[in-house]
Ligand binder design. Structure first.
Ligand SMILES: Cc1cc2nc3c(=O)[nH]c(=O)nc-3n(C[C@H](O)[C@H](O)[C@H](O)COP(=O)(O)OP(=O)(O)OC[C@H]3O[C@@H](n4cnc5c(N)ncnc54)[C@H](O)[C@@H]3O)c2cc1C
Length: 447
């Protein structure tokens, strides 16, 4: 497209956030709370096409939310519910069960529909700062910007190119070029920003999920969980896992997860990145439970769910990386774009909230500083604070897939008691946020 043509519009903003998911919205809000204006660009016409899931927000997520905005976790809890109990149930081949329970204080763990969580965050952000129907297609530090940087580092920046589409027809209307001091890629696991500065792609974790977030008032449509309960069922060899969750406001979440060591199951999926209401998804989910004893509750939940509510997806992650920014530290990754991890431990959104909280504190310092390079300095500090933690968490999440190739040999040789101690220590370390950010020197396994 011709530079300066009527098809191209230009604007300048202090900070541009790409992606209106949980991470991008949390950052926009955290910055707004600290008096910094950040514009957010989302490719979809609305903030969220439905993901058919709910998220669990444990202690580190709760503390990050309250650091972003005082009282925010309570607002989330009111829009969803609190969890009082996690029931972990191991089913053996004969359908017999062994059972363990973890309880939570009210306020310690929030369950909320994914979309509801986004709407809560968005409700506080100045509407003029959220730009939907804006798809980032590329970005660059132009020569002009390079020269400006040499002459005056404070005015250096990035040009980000967005395709702006008509929200009714989806046809391309014009290209918006946004010049910004900092471009934050909060554009999720399939991040364009990451592809540009890192160049890698997500990895298939040999697991397939079916999940639905459905109206189930009083658990009368299907059972399997009580009020404020999360029920996790898993088998001895990690082949089948299921969750039944009270997601609040009369909604339940169910998830069925199946191991796909050969990769054959993934080949039967109709869409490589997954999708909602894919024809045949319900039958494929039920087929995974054929001949298995002890899984009646999840079977009942799937049977009671209309196929249009069912999301079918291959489970992916991104490999840990040692740098999340470009060479000038003017483009930065956060959330899933930086550290998408296996969803089993449920830390994706929580750690995106941690990112938003910490980055907003550092950028507040940067914007109050008279130093030329203060934003780049904040980005560097952010990476030093966040990357070592996230590498440990990503590796541990990958390990908990139980895929032999992802479990380090020394871990596979630990006794069951040691493995449990390792898991408990990990939870304690992660939940101690914002203390012990990098590691837990008092632990055996997370030093
Ligand atoms: C089944 C399931 C269960 C989960 N359960 C939990 C849980 O219990 N607890 C937990 O903490 N986490 C959980 N997670 C993970 C969590 O949902 C994610 O880690 C989190 O949503 C990541 O947020 P994000 O903002 O980084 O990315 P996303 O939420 O993926 O948002 C990225 C946004 O960027 C937009 N975008 C992408 N490309 C562009 C572009 N080029 N231009 C403009 N916009 C773009 C997308 O449309 C999207 O809105 C779960 C995930 C799944 C799949």
């Amino acid at each position: 497209m011709e530079e300066g043509s009527s098809f191209q519009r230009r604007e300048e903003v202090e900070i541009a956030i790409v992606g209106g998911g949980l991470g991008g919205l949390a950052l926009a809000l955290a910055l707004q709370e600290r008096g910094i204006t950040a514009h957010l660009y989302e490719k979809h016409h609305d903030l969220r096409s439905d993901t058919a899931t709910a998220i669990g927000i444990g202690a580190n997520g709760v503390k990050s939310l309250n650091g972003i905005r005082s009282g925010l976790s309570k607002v989330m809890e009111d829009a969803g519910t609190y969890a009082s109990c996690l029931k972990l149930t191991l089913v053996n081949k004969k359908g017999e069960v062994r059972y363990r329970e973890q309880t939570f204080e009210q306020g310690e763990y929030v369950s909320i529909g994914w979309k509801q969580a986004q709407l809560v965050l968005a409700s506080y952000i100045n509407k003029d700062l959220i730009h939907c129907s804006h798809r980032l297609v590329r970005f660059e530090s132009s020569e002009e910007l390079e020269m400006a940087r040499v002459a005056c580092p404070a005015v250096a920046g990035v040009d980000a190119y967005f395709e702006v589409t008509d929200e009714n027809t989806s046809s391309l209307e014009y290209i918006k070029v946004v010049r910004t001091k900092l471009l934050v890629g909060a554009d999720g696991i399939w991040s364009v920003v990451r592809r540009t500065i890192v160049g890698d792609s997500p990895r298939y974790l040999h697991l397939v999920d079916w999940n639905a977030y459905v109206p189930n008032p009083g658990a009368k449509v299907f059972g399997g969980h009580g009020e404020h309960e999360i029920v996790l069922l898993f088998d001895e060899d990690g082949e089948t896992r299921s969750w039944l969750v009270d997601a609040g406001k009369g909604f339940s979440l169910w998830i069925l997860r199946k191991l796909d060591l050969s990769g054959d199951l993934a080949k039967t999926l109709k869409r490589s990145k997954g999708g909602l209401g894919i024809p045949g998804a319900k039958a494929r989910a039920l087929q995974q439970l054929d001949g298995l004893d002890g899984w009646d509750d999840i079977k009942a939940a799937i049977k009671a769910t209309d196929e249009t509510y069912i999301f079918e997806r291959p489970i992916m992650d991104n490999l840990p990386i040692k740098r999340w920014s470009d060479s000038h530290r003017r483009v930065l990754l956060m959330g899933d774009a930086a550290h998408a991890q296996y969803v089993g431990p449920g830390q994706g959104a929580r750690t995106a909230f941690e990112d938003a909280h910490q980055l907003s504190i550092l950028l507040k310092e940067a914007f109050s500083s008279s130093e030329d390079n203060s934003i780049a300095t904040a980005v560097k500090k952010f990476e030093e604070l966040r990357i070592p933690r996230m590498i440990k968490m990503q590796e541990y999440a990958a390990e908990s897939t139980a895929l032999p190739a992802l479990v380090p040999e020394w871990v596979s040789k630990l006794t069951m008691e040691e493995k449990q101690k390792r898991a408990l220590e990990c939870q304690q370390w992660v939940h101690s946020y914002p203390e012990k950010m990098l590691c837990d020197p008092d632990s055996t396994y997370w030093k």
